[in-house]
Ligand binder design. Structure first.
Ligand SMILES: Cc1ncc(COP(=O)(O)O)c(C=O)c1O
Length: 306
């Protein structure tokens, strides 16, 4: 045999049909079993074997999936899962993943339909929060990466010389609420700015960034010779779902000539709720926005837009 396709597709097709039935049986009965169960050592040991020298039979591998992987999954599709902000996925999303895997498109470029799908998703996300339809973006693995891209983009727009010269003594600083997700400070670290360059601003009794404290800290930083370049508001904090006063932050960003980035990892979707949309007023003024489809959007695989 040459190539990686099976000589006979029939057994693989039969296995695929069985898998699909098992997948939907599980989806239908999801609420019947436990949300989560600990993985016994014996099951863990199955993933501590030597590198196999020969390929393995698909049936046998599927058996291993059923016995040693599926029972010990994260549990977020279960109706009783109460953990954080993780989405549950959907049965239709499982099929979308199947179709997308069957195409195996590389969306890094070239001329094909998946690129148009991606562009449409980005246009719709922008429209959903009230940004102009021409807003651009890209799909990445999650809001950790999307926030990082926001920080990198802001620093290069505000200080274009960074691209060639690096920081070269520039004292760029940014601002987020003390309750901002940990990935924001890691973004400063990864961007080479240093996590100390992220000033953590206190929150009020509603867990929203105190905008007066923000304005004060910016003044102090300027007096001390720092260069404020980005204000990061959170729309839906990971600890309790608080939304920073986005209009006030946008005003300060405008007055201070700072980039305004919003981390809307899960909360940006509240823009679709007639009742709650008003809480996010100001999000449409963001220069960049991170939002996750795999949280309230319930898309099964981690996928975010920036
Ligand atoms: C507010 C907020 N920002 C960023 C993130 C990081 O998102 P991801 O896990 O998609 O990288 C999360 C994840 O829970 C979050 O809630």
């Amino acid at each position: 045999m040459s190539g990686l396709d099976p000589e006979d597709f029939a057994p693989l097709r039969a296995l695929a049909h069985r898998m699909l039935d098992d997948v939907f049986d599980r989806a239908e009965q999801m609420g019947d079993g436990p949300v989560w169960q600990p993985m016994p050592q014996q099951a863990r040991d199955a993933f501590n074997l030597d590198l196999p020298e020969k390929g393995q039979d698909a049936e046998a591998l599927y058996g291993q999936f059923l016995d040693q992987i599926r029972p010990y999954s994260n549990g977020n599709p279960h109706p009783g899962f109460m953990g954080w902000v993780q989405g549950a996925g959907t049965p239709i999303g499982i099929l979308a993943e199947l179709l997308s895997a069957s195409l195996n498109d590389n969306c890094g470029g070239r001329d094909h339909a998946a690129i148009e799908v991606e562009r449409q998703v980005i246009r719709w996300a922008a429209e959903m929060v009230g940004m102009p339809k021409e807003a651009s973006g890209c799909l990445v693995t999650g809001s950790s990466l999307a926030n990082f891209i926001g920080v990198i983009t802001a620093s290069r727009v505000v200080s274009p010389e960074l691209r060639r010269e690096g920081l070269s003594g520039r004292k760029l600083v940014g601002y987020a609420a003390e309750t901002a997700h940990g990935c924001v400070s890691r973004a400063f670290d990864l961007a080479g700015l240093g996590s100390d360059a992220l000033r953590l601003i206190p929150v009020d009794e509603l867990h929203r960034m105190d905008d007066l404290a923000l304005a004060q800290r910016i003044r102090e930083d300027r007096e001390a010779g720092y260069h404020p370049f980005i204000i990061i508001g959170t729309a839906g904090s990971v600890d309790c779902g608080a939304v920073d006063p986005l209009e006030a932050l946008a005003d300060i960003a405008q007055a201070e000539k700072c980039w305004f980035h919003v981390d809307g990892a899960f909360g940006a979707f509240a823009r679709l709720s007639p009742e709650h949309a008003i809480m996010l007023d100001g999000i449409e003024r963001a220069d960049s926005l991170a939002l996750d489809f795999h949280k309230w959007g319930q898309v099964p695989t981690t996928r975010a837009v920036c």
